[in-house]
Design a protein around this ligand. Sequence first.
Ligand code: AMP
Length: 585
Amino acid sequence: MLEKMEEFDQEKVIEEFEALTKDAERVQRETLKKILEENESAEYLQSLGLNGRTDIESFRACVPLVTHQDLESYIQRIVDGDSSPILTGKPITTISLSSGTTQGKPKFIPFNDELMENTLQIYRTSFAFRNREFPLGNGRALQFFYSSKQFKTKGGLAAGTATTNVFRNSMFKKAMKAIQSISCSPDEVIFGSDFHQSLYCHLLCGLIFRDEVQFISSTFAHSIIFAFSSFEQVWEELCNDIRTGVLSSRINVPSTRTAMSKLLKPNPELADLIYKKCSSLSNWYGLIPELLPNAKYIYGIMTGSMEPYLKKLRHYAGGLPLLSADYGASEGWIGANVNPKLPPELATYAVLPNIGYFEFIPLGENIEDRDHNNMESSFLHMEPKPVGLTEVKLGEEYEVIVTNFAGLYRYRLGDVVKVIGFHNSTPEIKFVCRRNLLLTINIDKNTEKDLQLSVEEAGKLLSEEKLEVVDFSSHVDLSTDPGHYVIFWEISGEASQEVLKECCNCLDKSFVDAGYVSSRKVNSIGALELRVVRRGTFQKILDHYLGLGSAVSQFKTPRCVGPTNNLVLQILCANVVKSYFSTAF
Ligand code: AMP
C-alpha cells in the first residue's frame, strides 16, 4: 500500500475519482453498508434497533440526527478509557480536539485509521488535479504546519488536534513525499512546543531553501498571512541569522534549536540578497515570489472564514496563483478541490462518495441570495428533512450531515453549503458559512457571511486612507436596552475619527436583513457600535486558543463571540481603544 503511494500515479488517481463519482449513488449505498457492518456491534447502533440492517431507508428511520452535544456522554466514556464497542466496533484509540472557535472550547471527536486513510485520499485526489494544471518541479514545500500538544486522556487515549493526529501518523510523511509535498522545515519545528519559535524557524527554513521551494501552504490560509506579517517584523533578524550562521537567541526550545543549527550555515550572499529584495519592496507587495522565486502557487483553505484575508494574501502573493485546499473537519473530510484554476472566491469541493455517507438538510432559502425583504422566511426554522448526496439540487443550500467510519452517525456538522454543479453524479459544493454563527437580537438574523459583507463594505472607506481591517469579530450586547451589535476591528494603522464614524455608520447600513433594518428604524435594536481594538489583539486571541490546546494550523478567528466564549470577549473588551456608535438611523 505504502509502496504504491510512493510512486504516485496522477492519471490513475484521477481515473479512480472519475469512477467513484460516476456512480455516486451506488457508492454511497455501499459506503453506508460498510460503515454499518463494521460497527454493527457498537452499543449506540444496537440501541437504535437497526438489528443488522444496512440499507439507507432503515438507517434513516432508526438513527436520529444528532449534534456533538447528543454524543458527548458516549464520547466521554471513550475518552475515559472504556474500550467496549460504544460508537465503533473497534475501540477508538485516538481523539481529535476540534478547533473549538465556535463554542469557545475544543470538542472531543473520535479519530481512527479510516479517517486517516480518507485524509490521504482527499490529499491525493486534489493533488492529482492540481498537479495537472500547475505541475511542480522537484523540491520542497514551505508549509506553515504546527502541531498542538498531544496528551493522554484520563483513559490513556492519545489526544491532539485533528491536524496533529494526521501529521503524527506514520503514513503521513510517505504520502506527502509521494505528492511532492515534503516540508523544508524539520519535524522539530513542526512539532516544536512554542508556536512563535516554530513560525520563525519555518520562515528561516523557507529562506535557506529558497531556490527549492515549489509552493507555500498551510491548512487554513490564515497561518500564511500571519507568517508573512510576522516576517515584516523579524526579517532583519532572519537576515542576520543567515549572515552569521548563528540562530537568534529567541529560539530556546532545545530540540528546535539543535535541528535548526544543523541547517544554518553562514551565507552572507543570501543574507545580502534577501536584505536587498526586502528593502526594495513597496509596502511588502509581492513579498512571497521575491523571497521564493520558484514557487508555483500558494495553497491552503481560503474559503469561508478565510475569505476576509484574501486581499492581504494577494498583496503578499503578487502574481502567484492562490489555490484553495479541500473541505473537511475534524469529524471527517467531505470534498476535494478538483477545479484548482478557480479563484478562491469561486472554489468548489467535489464530495468523495466513498469517505462517508452524506446527507443534506435543504435550507429552503439561500442565505447568499436572501431576499432581505422577506422577514417571514428564515432558514433557521425549517424542519430538517435531509436528502441524499445525489438528490441535492443545483443552486440550493443545505446543512451537511455526516456519517463517518469513526463513530459519528447522522451528525450535524453545522456547515451551510451551496450546490454549484456536479462532477459526474457527485455534487460540487461551495462552503457558505457556519450555520449557528449568527447575530440576532429579535427578528433580525445575520450570518457570518452577512457580517463579512458588511465589514468588506465599510472596510472600503478605510482603504481610501491606505488602511485595512486586519481582523474582526462581533458580539451581541444585550446589557444595553435595547440590545445592539458590537463590531470589533483591528486596523493596520491610525484612522481619523471622521473616517471611523463613517465606517461605523456604513457597517450599520450594510446589514440589509429586513428584520435588522426595521428594528433599527423603530429602535428595538440600538445603534451599532464599532469598537477599535489595539494592534495585536487578535494575536492574543490566537494565543488564548493555543493555551486551550488548539493548534494554529486549525485556527479560525471567531467571527461572533457569544456568551459561551467569555474569555475571548474579555480579551476583546480589554483592548478597546476607541468606540463609536452609529448615527445611520
Ligand atoms: P475544525 O473544527 O478545526 O475541524 O474545522 C472544521 C470546520 O472548518 C468546518 O466545519 C468548516 O466550518 C471549516 N472549514 C473546513 N474546510 C473548509 C473550507 N474548505 N472552506 C471553508 N470552511 C472550511
